[in-house]
Ligand binder design. Structure first.
Ligand SMILES: CC(C)(COP(=O)(O)OP(=O)(O)OC[C@H]1O[C@@H](n2cnc3c(N)ncnc32)[C@H](O)[C@@H]1O)[C@@H](O)C(=O)NCCC(=O)NCCS
Ligand SMILES: Nc1ncnc2c1ncn2[C@@H]1O[C@H](COP(=O)(O)OP(=O)(O)OP(=O)(O)O)[C@@H](O)[C@H]1O
Length: 195
């Protein structure tokens, strides 16, 4: 059946909150999904436009000896220097926005589309979605999960601070998911709300 207007849902929240886990619940139900972080990674591969722009604007110092972008070095630089953060955002946000709009167009006959957009509110992208899911956990769980992922507690603290600094004071998600709940409860909630 043709649907002229798919319902577009954004999943957002701080790093390591559990967004990808929620996204995968939709994917398992056959819903087309998009991840902004994965798109940044794709666009950062050698030969892709993000890669060329980073090298052009920030220099070859940000390459590994294998010729890939050095993501850990870029993360440290982004957190230490607002100019580097601005440069990275000016490179990637328009590219990711274009990929997202192309993806919407490609899937315009589907009833439901779900995208994980970590910086949804920081970039005012909520306007292009019908509903927003905010995924959250208590601050100490966030720090624990992110420290484990980055294997660096200091870096985790700095990244959480950076994420929260640009978040508007008031946000109005349609649904809040506490991702300390068991997965079965979260699946049940999504089933009740969206299917
Ligand atoms: C700095 C980079 C190289 C670090 O890569 P790495 O693989 O270590 O982390 P990953 O890309 O998975 O990002 C993890 C999380 O960091 C946070 N984050 C990333 N960039 C930013 C930013 N500019 N401002 C605030 N938080 C950010 C987000 O919560 C994101 O989900 C990478 O995040 C990047 O290129 N960022 C700039 C582009 C951007 O703004 N991406 C956000 C999604 S559009
Ligand atoms: N409901 C849950 N209960 C327990 N652990 C969870 C739950 N949801 C997610 N996690 C765990 O939390 C960690 C972060 O989850 P996930 O990768 O989904 O977060 P994220 O928000 O997508 O992170 P990032 O923004 O860094 O990509 C993972 O180790 C995951 O297994």
């Amino acid at each position: 059946m043709e649907h002229s207007n798919p319902i577009k849902i954004a999943i957002t929240g701080p790093p390591a909150a559990g967004k990808t886990t929620v996204l995968s619940i939709f994917a398992q139900k056959g819903v087309p999904v998009f991840s902004a972080d994965e798109e940044v990674k794709r666009l950062s591969q050698p030969c892709k436009p993000g890669f060329h722009l980073v090298v052009k604007k920030l220099g070859k110092d940000f390459l590994t000896k294998e010729g890939q972008l050095n993501r850990r070095k870029l993360l440290h630089a982004m957190l230490a220097d607002p100019k580097t953060k601005k440069t990275l955002e000016e490179i990637f946000h328009p590219l990711v926005k274009k990929s997202l709009l192309d993806w919407f167009e490609k899937n315009k006959d589907k009833p439901l589309l779900v995208a994980e957009i970590p910086l949804l509110y920081q970039g005012s992208w909520e306007k292009i979605f019908d509903r927003v899911i905010w995924v959250t956990v208590p601050q100490e769980v966030l720090l624990e999960r992110l420290s484990k992922r980055l294997k660096d507690e200091r870096l985790a603290k700095d990244l959480l601070r950076c994420y929260q600094k640009d978040l508007p004071e008031k946000i109005f998600p349609d649904l809040v998911i506490e991702s300390t709940s068991p997965l079965s409860k979260i699946e049940e909630r999504i089933k009740n709300d969206f299917f």
